[in-house]
Design a protein around this ligand. Structure first.
Ligand code: SIN
Length: 328
């Protein structure tokens, strides 16, 4: 009997050791609010696949799109609590953590996405990735989506057309000031609520990129889209200091490289995706795309541009000047 017991103990020990040798991979959660068929959605999936290929015995990345796990407003807190490990919020959603990133919301600041990219790669742009460090967040890189357009129930040609209309905005005071400048009513609402707000006509319009307008079907409930290109919607891929710095150095290096490659992939497809989604909206016939004349566009610029002055102190004049310089 004693012999049998010893045998069982030895077997149990072996089983335990085997379980230890094949410890289950650690789960890394990547949460975001957009559809999978967007630059951010594709970037997150690429990251998941690269991690599986290179270090899949130790880590498995689970991607949660469409605000499935956390919507905006909650995802940064969840990151700090360790309930999720990577997020990539719009640069417009960081104002609780830093005022400097508000530069990206200034209307009519960047002439095109190449200028946005030049600024992001500049010393000033790279320093901005560090602007959330003191809050326990690490900006690992920028990801493009694209320039924003204005969608509405009624045609918007000149600023006066927006007078009194309710527009959903991201949680940014700059964006609120931008709509107030045209006497519209800005409402800060989570991305996940926008479609219903538009469909029920609780709001009159919103601003977003072609890719978000298409993938979230806003064009099906917004008869007009003004091709204003008045602002940028890009992202900062973010993790928490606690998660990132407690990881073994060699694993962090592998994840960092995989993430950089995933971001490069997302950035490479962003522009083409934008144009393709614009085309699909055009072909759907559900939404009329309004092209502004030079004079009409200039009217929007003149009314919205004074917003820069309101936020100059919070952002820093040097940062704004560096962004302006990227247009050259
Ligand atoms: C996103 O692209 O992550 C969401 C943008 C929005 O809230 O409008």
């Amino acid at each position: 009997m004693k012999k049998l017991k010893t045998m069982f103990s030895a077997l149990a020990l072996c089983a335990g050791m085997t379980a230890f040798a094949h410890a289950a991979p650690e789960t890394i959660k990547f949460s975001h609010v957009v559809a999978e068929n967007t630059p951010k959605g594709q970037m997150a999936l690429k990251f998941r696949d690269l991690v599986a290929e290179r270090i899949g015995d130790k880590y498995v990345v689970e991607v949660y799109p469409n605000s499935q796990l956390f919507g905006d407003g909650k995802e940064m807190e969840a990151l700090l609590l360790g309930d999720v490990h990577f997020i990539a919020p719009s640069l417009s959603k960081f104002s609780k953590y830093t005022k400097k990133l508000q530069v990206y919301d200034l209307p009519f600041l960047f002439k095109d996405m190449e200028a946005v990219d030049r600024f992001q790669q500049s010393e000033a742009g790279q320093q901005l990735l560090e602007s959330v460090k003191s809050k326990g967040l690490i900006g690992l890189g920028y990801l493009h989506n694209g320039l924003k357009q204005l969608s509405a129930n009624d045609p918007l040609h000149v600023p006066g057309d927006a007078d009194g209309k309710k527009f959903r905005i991201m949680s940014s005071d700059v964006l609120a000031a931008q709509f107030e400048a045209v006497d519209a009513v800005p409402l800060k609402k989570p991305f996940s609520e926008v479609f219903t707000l538009l469909q029920t006509r609780a709001i009159d319009g919103q601003e977003n990129t072609w890719s978000n307008i298409y993938s979230k079907k806003f064009f099906e409930v917004q008869p007009y889209i003004t091709e204003s290109n008045h602002g940028v919607l890009d992202y900062m891929v973010t993790t928490s200091t606690e998660f990132w710095m407690t990881m073994p150095d060699e694993d962090r290096a592998v994840l960092k490289k995989a993430l950089a490659e995933a971001v490069a992939h997302g950035n490479a497809i962003a522009n083409e995706k934008s144009m393709k989604d614009r085309q699909k909206i055009l072909e759907s016939g559900r939404s009329k795309i309004i092209t502004l004349s030079d004079d009409e566009r200039q009217q929007w610029v003149e009314v919205m541009r004074p917003v820069w002055g309101e936020f100059q102190d919070e952002i820093g004049e040097d940062i704004i000047q560096a962004a302006v310089a990227s247009n050259q």
